[in-house]
Design a binder for this molecule. Structure first.
Ligand code: IVH
Length: 676
């Protein structure tokens, strides 16, 4: 047999056995026999280097080193899903859909695990894996082909079974989730810790971190794997149901979660969901919920979208996970606005696959209300991605040695006296020069939701402050005059300094609403920043508004207005603004008020009750309407959400009875923000 034929044969055989092992989990070859075939291929390829191809199993060991990831535009936007948390919302989802469909439409569903990993988009041309990308912002992702090639679960060529008679489509793009198997997770993280390397917060971060390595041999050394759940493009393939699409993907050799289930009715879906509440802890991957999809994709397509979410599918979140552990200490954390917040140090406890050591205690008044003491056995809860928090103590387990937690009298970072403004729950360090505050402000300023400065690593802010290179956020923009000082810092090589300065320079083009968000005025996040600029036009003009003028803007309550005027009244802040302006940051933004209306709350009906912390009722109504939602006065089956503040009375009781989700102001703002 000639070398090319032998090489092809070996590759086909090896790929098929990788597939049997990793995808089907039914190996038919011993490890020794596999290694023998592999070594033969390595030897043949070494003798014929011109015959080495990217899809050869020998290439799965990685080794290609890149200096950055190239951006890739997805063939279609990688959308997200509307979320539900209660079974009642599923029933409401179905009845909303039914109203849009001919009366006797048959609806059945596919219930899939919502895998908590990193979304990937895989491209095949004539059956060969040619490109793999991250989801990125949904439209543009990053090319991580070299890294994805190292995953044994990613077929290098389809169909994987050499005896298959299913021809591959000329072009196929599939979407899936790469994840870190849970049985390998703890040992992996421990090994990192032992080697003195940075550990990962959770399996999802480990998956994402591993796939974003510039050296693909690092990715290859990690046990990542994959599930695919849909195709984005499949030339000439017309498969109308999701059940058959999953079968097809499986048939051509992709790993598809075996845990998907077909349900004939929405009641079946709910029963499946109930069963998953226990099952979720016995599978080898993290799930943060289920994705419920209408099986018939022609119906799903006909239903279209609300805002950016397809109507034909919904993500049903699992409730938070709870455990008890001991509260060892309550440290004080200094926030970017000077808040001195209690931070719980816990006896490490495993919660949904993650070891929890810290939890937020929110504020001191909550500690007092719940009577949480050091030494207490406490209930810790983890809800999705958020930092775990303490639900409350278990007083029955006290032995008398527990200690009351008192609010700090001074800031632990700078020693300034702690203050508590009238009517506020939070305690603050008022020292504008407090080093911890400054570091937090910088972290926020350069972060993703604000100026999004690439090259500004998580530890960079602390190092720059500690070495006196940055004394406030505006001084970030004079760092280019301090190249020598930067290069003298430990670990700041020429390339790192260059990346940092390039990122800083590029951030000058960020629009004014990001600048306004980034300066970190209390209560002024992305949504409010846009709203304010739509009304006043520029950051300078904002500083000239009185509290009354600000409150006249729909969506701005007294607390926001006061926070803004107080901020601009401070000379130090005005000076900061002047210097940011001198650095050429964007200060003017004209958003026509009509453009603010995005349809993110379209089709959602709200009822408002009680007193909200910052928004007036009129303002809340305007905000909802501005995002396409509707506000009605009475709670009924038609109500999607109750927005409830303090002293909510009978409307709340009625909403609870009807299983209507109840939101507070913060949840509403997040909902809008997330969907912007
Ligand atoms: S379907 C139009 N199915 O969850 C959106 N998504 O918000 C189609 N995810 O980041 C998504 N498992 O990557 C779908 N079985 C599954 C999924 C799944 C995880 C992720 C997805 C996206 C998010 C959906």
């Amino acid at each position: 047999m000639d070398a090319p034929t032998k090489i092809t044969q070996l590759r086909e055989a090896l790929n098929y056995h990788i597939y049997r092992y990793y995808v089907l989990e039914q190996p038919t070859l011993s490890d020794g026999a596999y290694d023998a075939l592999f070594d033969q291929l390595v030897a043949l390829e070494a003798a014929h280097p011109d015959l080495v191809t990217a899809d050869s199993p020998t290439q799965r060991v990685g080794g290609g080193v890149q200096d950055k990831f190239v951006k890739v535009t997805h063939p279609a936007p990688m959308l997200s899903l509307a979320k539900a948390t209660e079974p009642a919302e599923l029933i409401a989802w179905e009845s909303r859909n039914r109203k849009l469909l001919p009366e006797d439409t048959l609806l059945d569903y596919i219930v899939e695990p919502k895998i908590d990993g990193l979304t990937v988009v895989l491209h095949y041309e004539n059956g060969v894996f040619v490109q793999g990308a991250t989801r990125g912002n949904g439209e543009i992702g990053e090319d991580i082909t070299q890294n994805l090639r190292t995953l044994n679960a990613v077929p290098g060529r389809i169909p994987v079974d050499p005896d298959s008679d299913v021809p591959p489509p000329a072009r196929l793009v599939v979407r899936g989730e790469a994840y870190f198997p849970l049985d390998k997770w703890a040992a992996f993280n421990d090994a990192l810790a032992e080697a003195g390397e940075k550990t990962y917060m959770n399996p999802r971060n480990a998956a994402s971190g591993s796939l974003r390595q510039l050296d693909s041999s690092i990715t290859a050394a990690r046990p990542l794997t994959l599930f695919v759940y849909d195709f984005v493009v499949a030339d000439g393939i017309d498969i109308p149901t999701q059940a058959d699409r999953l079968n097809y993907l499986r048939q051509i050799g992709f790993p598809v979660a075996a845990d998907s289930q077909q349900c004939a009715t929405i009641e079946d879906v709910i029963a499946t969901y109930q069963a998953w509440l226990t099952k979720r802890n016995s599978i080898n991957y993290e799930v943060d919920g289920l994705v419920i999809k209408i099986n018939d994709q022609t119906i799903a397509d006909r239903l279209g979208f609300t805002g950016k979410d397809p109507r034909g599918a919904v993500a049903m979140k699992f409730p938070a996970q709870e455990k008890t552990t001991k509260l060892l200490a309550a440290d004080v954390n200094v926030g970017r606005t000077g808040t001195l917040a209690p931070l719980a140090r816990l006896e490490p406890v495993e919660l949904g696959g993650v070891i929890v050591r810290n939890a937020t205690l929110h504020n001191y008044s909550e500690i007092a209300n719940k009577d949480i003491r050091i030494g207490d056995t406490v209930i810790v809860k983890r809800a999705g991605d958020v930092i775990p928090y303490i639900v409350g103590p278990v007083p029955e387990l006290r032995d008398g040695s527990e200690q009351i937690i008192t609010p700090p009298a001074i800031c632990p970072a700078c020693g300034s006296p702690a203050t508590q403004p009238e009517g506020e729950i939070a305690i603050y360090c008022d020292n504008a020069a407090c080093p911890d505050q400054l570091v937090r402000r910088i972290e926020y300023f350069v972060g993703r939701t604000a100026m999004d400065i690439g090259g500004f690593g998580t530890k960079t802010g602390g190092i720059l402050v500690e070495n006196g290179l940055v004394s406030d956020i505006a001084s970030i923009y004079t760092l280019d005059q301090q190249q020598d000082e930067l290069l003298a810092l430990e670990g700041f090589k020429a390339k790192k300094v260059d990346n940092l300065l390039t990122g800083i320079a590029a951030s000058k083009a960020q629009p004014a609403d990001r600048v306004l968000t980034a300066i970190g005025i209390r209560y002024v996040g992305g949504v409010i920043a846009k709203l304010l600029l739509a009304h006043v036009g520029s950051i300078d003009a904002l500083g000239e508004q009185s509290a009354d003028q600000l409150e006249a803007i729909d969506g701005v309550g007294p607390q926001i207005a006061r926070s803004i005027t107080t901020w601009f009244a401070n000379e130090r802040n005005r000076d900061l603004i002047a210097r940011l302006k001198a650095a050429d940051l964007q200060f003017t933004l004209y958003i026509p008020t009509s453009d603010l209306t995005n349809a993110s709350l379209a089709d959602r009906t709200f009822v408002i009750t009680g007193t909200l912390p910052t928004l007036s009722r009129t303002a809340a109504k305007a905000l909802i309407e501005q995002h396409g939602g509707k506000v009605t006065s009475a709670v009924s089956q038609k109500t999607d959400y109750l927005l409830a503040g303090e002293k909510a009375g009978s409307k709340r009781t009625k909403a609870e009875k009807l299983n209507i989700p109840i939101l507070d102001e913060a949840a509403l703002l997040t909902m809008i923000d997330e969907r912007l």
